[in-house]
Design a binder for this molecule. Sequence first.
Ligand SMILES: Cc1cc2nc3c(=O)[nH]c(=O)nc-3n(C[C@H](O)[C@H](O)[C@H](O)COP(=O)(O)OP(=O)(O)OC[C@H]3O[C@@H](n4cnc5c(N)ncnc54)[C@H](O)[C@@H]3O)c2cc1C
Length: 519
Amino acid sequence: MVHHLPQLIPFDQHNRDLESNVHPPDWKNPNPASNYHLVVIGAGTAGLVTAAAAAGLGARVALIERDLMGGDCLNVGCVPSKSLIAAARFAASGQHGKKMGFASSDSPRIHFPEVMERMRKQRAQISPVDSAKRFKELGVDVFFGQASFVNDQTISVQSASQPATNLKFKKAVVASGARAKIPEIPGLGQVDFLTNETLFSLTELPPRLGVIGGGPIGCEIAQCFTRFGSDVSLFERGANVLGREDSEAAKVVQSQFEKEGMSLFLESNDLTLEKTEHGILVRGLKGKTGKPFAATVDKLLIAVGRTPNLENLNLESANVACNAHGIVVNDSLQTSNPKVFAAGDVCSKYKFTHAADFQARIVIQNALFSIGPLGRKKASQLLIPRATYTSPEIAHVGLYPQEAKEQSIEIDTFTQSFEHVDRAILESAEEGFVKIHTRKGTDQIIGATIVAEHAGDLISEVSVAITNKIGLSKIGATIHPYPTYADAIRKLGDQFNKTKLTPLNQKILKWLLRINVGR
Ligand SMILES: Cc1cc2nc3c(=O)[nH]c(=O)nc-3n(C[C@H](O)[C@H](O)[C@H](O)COP(=O)(O)OP(=O)(O)OC[C@H]3O[C@@H](n4cnc5c(N)ncnc54)[C@H](O)[C@@H]3O)c2cc1C
């Protein structure tokens, strides 16, 4: 097993298959070319997309990965979490059944080891796309080992099992990603805690799970394990979970958590941890009242944000500047060394797979196919939607009202509750809404939030509209099949069109009516 990586535990057939794709144990690093057009550090989404596309366009490319190709998304992020979420939705179907008129409200009984095995199987099934073999076939030289800059034209690759190598580059891309941020909580050093790197290796359902951090990762996992039957305590410093989202949308999700029996410790300050004979004792003080609270859990997940992977890169030797948020880049994703670019979680505040993917496309264009500033693409032009896969999901694209205010953009807001959308009523899923913000007095969409069971899919209609400058009025004039959740978006077009019914328009309509059908 490669370095005994925690991601590959348990080392069953599925994880062996995963390993054989994303870090083959018998892999021999190739003999390096005398010079590469592009050397890419990190084979997560950003690095893989950069390497594959650059090689496809004729560049000589080397890709260096120290652990598992596929990075966080495949191994310890999007893929395993969404597999568990799908299982958790099924687990919750019993509660939903009651609303549907079924006699029993019992949820299906979970067999946690099989849920986790299903996840490992699916992850292995997806992994050939990110495999060393595939990238070799695409013409990329794949090196396993730790990358670090030697100077501004050389990167070394160090590995315990292979001879050290130096790679010469014309251009380089740092796509080394991020990892779980570990907060300074007294007692944390004394307890065994989980992060996203170890969570997906669990083989037994913890009877009591503590989750520190009520952001997207913490919320997705907390709800998942609540639905599996763990007694989940979620500790969040803010007054609500999902503090970055539209607060009304976050409240819909929060109240669902409460309905499902999750224990929410909001405004939790001054946390301390202690290992006791009963488990891990989490203590803290609540908000301004300073009222003490305590909960004992069997396992504890830390999900308080991400920290960039900068260590060991020896960035100074290539004059690449960084700070606590990651590698510093300009709008072309170029670092302080014009020959070195960065993409993905290591440099971006948008820590999503789709953001890493589209930043990688910008890097290829700017690093290899532009002439000076000519033909350069700008990262700020990317419209990056986001989705959190709780039940219901929250999805957002464009500006939030506060951001519009900061940019002195006046807005109108149109809201359609799912309480008046027939499909949602018929499926007993009325909680939630679509909110679209337009530039004041116009139908130009500048932002939208959706909270609904399939919000992550629904938001794409609004993203297409914003990207292609399609106004809300045109969405209103587009036929949507009945009954669908997406009809809520069309209804907002109708709402907008009604605002255009001026007194003059109304008079004209009355006059036309009189001509056609009389008084
Ligand atoms: C639990 C969880 C769930 C998530 N769910 C979603 C989701 O549903 N949708 C979504 O869009 N995003 C999701 N994300 C975020 C998503 O996983 C990341 O945004 C994405 O993986 C970023 O890709 P990246 O290429 O920048 O970095 P990474 O995927 O982190 O890849 C970086 C790679 O670089 C390697 N590396 C680092 N340093 C070196 C070095 N010195 N030498 C060699 N190799 C090095 C690492 O080993 C790693 O493989 C989730 C994240 C987590 C943790």
